[in-house]
Design a binder for this molecule. Structure first.
Ligand SMILES: [Zn+2]
Length: 258
């Protein structure tokens, strides 16, 4: 997996992983990992997804079967010490405690992305990304995949170039020159109400997109959310993580914050 077109934010994965066949899976992965960061344990929903993937992968399934039956005659991977592998009580195949990720480019890419591009830690370097990912996940080509990913990460490449914000361009909407300099904010409404684990009901999704990287953040909200709560959410989830953008574009026009 090395595509120079790929970006860290995930927007190009669909093209870089072969097209439509991964589209559904990619959106499932995105939903399963949407709030995982480098500091979190994998979410339950991601473990469920990995379990499904493992079930659907014939070689993984036979490997699991040989482990659970205590038969070490399966020669699937002679290089690996079989004692390192176990099947947890959920049925998830693990190596040294890390969940095994079958050969699915979309899922592997997404796992690298959420752990490389951490909202609180910025973009980690190769070694740090490997360290974080291998604490939680395992696949044989992980080191190479992460190296390729970090090397071709457009955000990382751009961050190496010195730059400053343009001055005095308030007449028209400036084209952003760096991540989170300008964001767009839209509310998706008309959704059936849904509740989270705390039984808070939501009926809308606030979508905040970084206009530079196209990275989108989705927040469940009530469509009647007030300005104060909206500002609080924006501060806690965007400003705290990425800094104060110079402009916010909404469908009612632009708000310049500086
Ligand atoms: Zn990066």
């Amino acid at each position: 997996m090395s595509s120079s077109k790929r970006q860290c934010d995930g927007t190009n994965y669909i093209t870089s992983t072969g097209g439509l066949e991964y589209l559904m899976l990619w959106s499932l992965v995105r939903a399963a990992t949407v709030s995982e960061t480098a500091y979190d344990e994998p979410k339950e929903s991601l473990n469920e997804l990995l379990l499904e993937l493992q079930k659907g992968d014939a070689s993984t399934a036979s490997w699991k079967q040989s482990i659970t039956e205590g038969c070490h005659c399966n020669a699937r991977s002679m290089k690996d010490n079989q004692n390192e592998w176990h099947v947890d009580n959920q049925g998830l195949l693990r190596r040294n405690g890390a969940a095994y990720v079958p050969n699915d480019p979309a899922v592997r890419q997404e796992i690298i992305q959420i752990n490389h591009d951490d909202p609180y830690g910025g973009h980690f370097g190769k070694a740090k990304t490997v360290e974080i990912v291998q604490r939680k996940y395992y696949w044989p080509t992980m080191g190479r995949d992460i190296k390729d990913y970090v090397r071709t990460c457009e955000v990382c490449q751009k961050m190496k170039t010195p730059r400053h914000r343009p001055y005095g361009e308030l007449q028209s909407l400036p084209i952003p020159k760096q991540p989170w300099e300008s964001v767009s904010m839209d509310m998706i409404t008309g959704l059936p109400p849904s509740a989270d684990a705390d039984s808070k009901a939501y009926d809308a999704i606030l979508v905040i997109v970084d206009r530079f990287t196209k990275m989108a953040k989705y927040f469940p909200v009530r469509k009647t959310i007030g300005v104060v709560d909206m500002a609080q959410l924006f501060h806690d989830r965007i400003v705290y993580a990425f800094g104060t953008p110079a402009s916010i574009v909404t469908d009612r026009g632009s708000i310049f914050t500086s």
